[in-house]
Design a protein around this ligand. Structure first.
Ligand SMILES: *[C@@H]1O[C@H](CO)[C@@H](O)[C@H](O)[C@H]1NC(C)=O
Length: 440
């Protein structure tokens, strides 16, 4: 009879059994909701991942965002990407109060050869020789479709301020245009144009930057753009000042083989599930989403029009250390390529383009790129892209610092501040800063 104590109050006309029924049904509804929500949130995670519950919550939020976005798109309300952008920027506003303030860093929004960039200048006057400072050109991640630094106090803005402050460096974050409004090669071309403009001696001089100490860097899709731009700048004889280091944080480096051991192992690990990665590729390449199954198909890699020499550039049976291959085997050889014939016309040429897939570059090109830092996470579909690139750069004679996080997951570096922060994200930022501090 206890429930009546709380709700019996003014209900003179409601019979006791009626109230009991209402109470019971609300208990049942609550129970169903609780089970439903728990089921939605729960994702089995490897034991090595710290703070699993927090990651499950973050992942559920991302999935919900994608699903509501898809629903909006189905109903013809808007493309799902602008919706997701709006939600993320709303969440980042929540974090603004807690964002790491870097009082002295001067921020200005300008254009580099018509590409909008945000320039962070450190407080201290001068630095090294003759008052010259180091510099980092940074490309943010977000699947070539999301993300921006100009959102004040967003995670990328906080990272760039911290870099500028701690390294006493000029940091230039490039606001390249995004999918679905534009697609490949526009993102790449924006990044390249901004890089060429920045590296002009006159521009470096105006910002008091030491031309011997300019890094190019980026995370995830930004790591893809950084690697591709680093290659192009290295071989372009019209550019006299070159990048002196490249720092790639869990970069995407190829889209031909989405069945590497890391794709197999981590296909369902938050927050970059394998099917989401494939969707970002399709968005970037500007091709129809109906090609999603084709991109994921293991037989794609064995298409007869792919020259064996190119295929060897991403042959993980040769390029990965055994401890990362584990028990995984190449899949799909036996399926042949019949099923993909005829549909691949839109996809293959771009996926074979080194501007989209820097892992496929020739050794001679790789050998001209600067010293590298490559961060990889064990629990990331992109782990093997980074590890294979490490190996290919080393084979080409480039010095590579490979920082592998055994407990890392994709995107962790963007989650080092309230409301979503992970210890591993903080450690990654520390390691990245320390490497730049010593090597730039
Ligand atoms: C990768 O290399 C191995 C060993 O050299 C070879 O047997 C295999 O066919 C290659 N795989 C592909 C996809 O080319």
């Amino acid at each position: 009879m206890l429930p009546f104590v709380f709700c019996g109050g003014g209900g003179a006309n409601v019979s006791n059994t009626g109230v009991l029924k209402m109470k019971l049904s609300s208990v049942v509804v609550t129970l169903i909701l609780t089970v439903g929500v728990s089921y939605y949130i729960y994702t089995p995670l490897p034991a090595a991942i710290e703070e699993p519950l927090k990651l499950m919550l973050l992942d559920a939020l991302f999935r919900a965002m994608l699903q509501v976005g898809d629903l909006c798109q189905c109903l013809g309300l808007s493309h799902h990407i602008p919706w997701i952008r709006g939600t993320i920027s709303g969440l980042e506003t929540l974090g603004e109060m807690a964002g790491g303030q870097r009082g002295g860093v001067r921020v200005s929004d300008v254009d580099f050869d018509r590409v909008p960039v945000r320039v962070y200048e450190p407080p201290a006057a001068g630095g090294g020789e003759g008052g010259l400072r180091r510099a980092v050109m940074f490309y943010h991640g977000g699947g070539w479709a999301l993300g921006a630094t100009s959102k004040c106090m967003g995670s990328y803005d906080v990272l760039c301020r911290q870099m500028s402050d701690e390294l006493n460096a000029v940091v230039v974050s490039v606001e390249y245009r995004l999918a679905p409004e534009v697609h490949f090669p526009v993102q790449y071309e924006d990044c390249l144009a901004a890089a060429k403009h920045f590296l002009e001696p006159g521009i470096l001089g105006k910002l008091s930057v030491d031309p011997q100490r300019v890094a190019v860097s980026g995370d995830s899709a930004g790591g893809n753009l950084a690697a591709a731009v680093a290659q192009q700048i290295s071989i372009d004889d019209s550019v006299s000042v070159k990048f002196s280091v490249q720092a790639l944080i869990y970069p995407v480096l190829q889209g031909l083989d989405l069945n590497t051991p890391s794709h197999q192992q981590n296909h369902n690990i938050p927050i970059l599930h394998r099917f989401i990665m494939a969707r970002f590729w399709l968005l970037y390449l500007g091709v129809d989403t109906s090609l999603h199954p084709l991109l994921l198909s293991p037989s794609f890699l064995h298409h007869p029009s792919i020259p064996p020499s190119l295929r060897s550039h991403l042959n993980w049976t040769n390029l990965l250390p055994a401890k990362h291959i584990k028990h995984y085997k190449p899949v799909g050889m036996e399926m042949g390529s019949q099923e993909v014939m005829g549909q691949e016309g839109n996809l293959l040429p771009v996926l074979l383009d080194v501007r989209a897939a820097p892992l496929l570059a020739e050794q001679g090109v790789l050998g001209r790129t600067p010293r590298a830092y490559i961060l990889t996470c064990e629990y990331d579909v992109l782990r093997d892209d980074g590890l294979m690139y490490t190996r290919r750069l080393q084979d080409a004679g480039v010095t590579v610092s490979s920082h592998h996080y055994d407990d890392g997951f994709h995107g962790a570096l963007s989650f080092a501040h309230w409301p979503f922060f992970f210890d591993v994200g903080k450690r990654m930022i520390r390691g990245y800063m320390d490497w730049l501090q010593e090597n730039l």
